[in-house]
Design a protein around this ligand. Structure first.
Ligand code: NAG
Length: 390
């Protein structure tokens, strides 16, 4: 506001005060009051308009930044261990600054869709959490903590995966760091699945058999599958692809079978007459998971159309989408169980058990962090050795 305007306004305000003293009936003063109000409103609108304009400027600012961004390169121009089979172009160059990799979020390259699929999933899960928080007392009701752990672990794996795809191309060390983190994300999500399945979905018979061991075993299996995945990455290209995949797939498959056994039992023993609203979503989550592990293991589309899926169409992208669908189904099913099976699970799980399982979640996180620290040390030794022998 310039000086003259300010003076005018204070003058008007003074006149208003006088008018009030006189009983507020002076028509000139009422006009003045309206003028002041109109000015204020116009100013506000003007400010909103300016910020809208700034948002409109954003794409242009990005394109302005773009000339300084190096273009993408071919697979033959990046080191061997960065190449993906059947993906020929769209690789971002290595050793750029962090700003480049962050801004590459808006660039067209081989990982764009992989990043955005999980960012979008992250957003949807956040919205879901807000919705649920309206009816579920996540703080005061310990029986809701398993559901909360599932949601938190889903948010974590989506965020870590997006970060890995966004930043893992900076250097070989970054590649290891961020993909190891990605595996931590997956492992703790396995634990998140185990906790809801064991807490809400389990039936009495199975519960009697696995009571004391289910969750500790889930912790161990999560850490093992984190180790297997890191190992597979660590021996990235010195091992044949199938050995690598076995390292990554077998422990994870074991963990999945263990963690989902309560759901499997429930699916098998349910009859159409049982009128269980969650069963269809449990079925959905298993179906989505099986199809997404298929796409994780076999690069089907890019093998059929090599070089045509460099931007969109990679199996890994389909894997991301299906995994997010699986997670959403699982959250929904678990919420339905949380609401509908309260009598059963509050009888099976004594008070304090939920807190114990939350504690085991923290143990899982620590275990995975140790695995990653160990593997990173090994990876760094190899990288240092490589650098020296050059
Ligand atoms: C994409 O390119 C990066 C290098 O910028 C590489 O590390 C990554 O493996 C590639 N990913 C795919 C899916 O092609």
């Amino acid at each position: 506001m310039c000086l003259a305007q300010r003076r005018e306004r204070s003058f008007q305000l003074q006149a208003l005060k006088k008018n009030k003293e006189r009983g507020g009936k002076d028509p000139v003063c009422i006009t003045r009051l309206l003028t002041v109000m109109a000015t204020i409103v116009m100013e506000r609108i003007g400010r909103v308009f300016i910020s809208l304009q700034q948002i409109r400027e954003l794409p242009r600012m990005l394109t302005d930044a773009a000339p300084s961004m190096p273009g993408t390169v071919r697979d033959t121009e990046v080191p061997y261990y960065f190449r993906e089979r059947y993906v020929c172009t769209g690789y971002r160059p290595l050793y750029q600054n962090w700003r480049y990799y962050f801004l590459s979020l808006f660039q067209r390259h081989n990982e764009t869709i992989n990043i955005w699929t999980h960012l979008l999933a992250l957003l949807v899960i956040l919205v879901r959490l807000r919705q649920l928080a309206e009816t579920v007392d996540f703080v005061g009701d310990p029986h809701s903590w398993p559901l909360l752990i599932l949601i938190l672990s889903s948010l974590t794996y989506s965020a870590f995966s997006a970060a890995a795809h966004l930043l893992g191309g900076k250097s070989e060390l970054c590649h290891y760091i961020f993909f190891f983190l990605d595996y931590v994300g997956v492992a703790q999500y396995q634990y998140g699945s185990a906790i809801v399945h064991f807490y809400y979905a389990v039936d009495e018979g199975l519960h009697r058999h696995v009571r004391g061991i289910f969750m500790p075993a889930a912790t161990v299996l999560s850490c093992l599958s984190c180790l297997g995945c890191c190992y597979g990455k660590y021996f990235n290209h010195s091992l044949p692809t199938w050995v690598r995949k076995v390292c990554q797939v077998v422990p994870s498959a074991l963990a999945y079978i263990w963690d989902s056994s309560p759901v499997a039992k429930r699916l098998m023993s349910s009859s159409p007459a049982s009128n269980d609203p969650a069963i269809i979503y449990h079925f959905g989550q298993v179906a989505f998971f099986l199809s997404c592990s298929f796409f994780f293991t076999f690069p089907l589309l890019e093998r059929c159309f090599p070089g045509r899926c460099d931007f969109v169409g990679q199996s890994h992208q389909i894997f991301h989408v299906l995994l997010s669908c699986c997670t959403l189904c699982q959250i929904h099913a678990s919420h339905l169980d949380y609401v509908g099976r309260r009598k059963l699970y509050s009888r099976l799980h004594k008070s304090g058990e939920a807190a114990l399982f939350v504690g085991l979640y923290v143990v899982t996180l620590v275990g995975c962090a140790l695995v990653v620290a160990f593997m990173l040390k090994k990876a760094k030794q190899v990288l240092d050795f490589k650098a020296k022998s050059k």
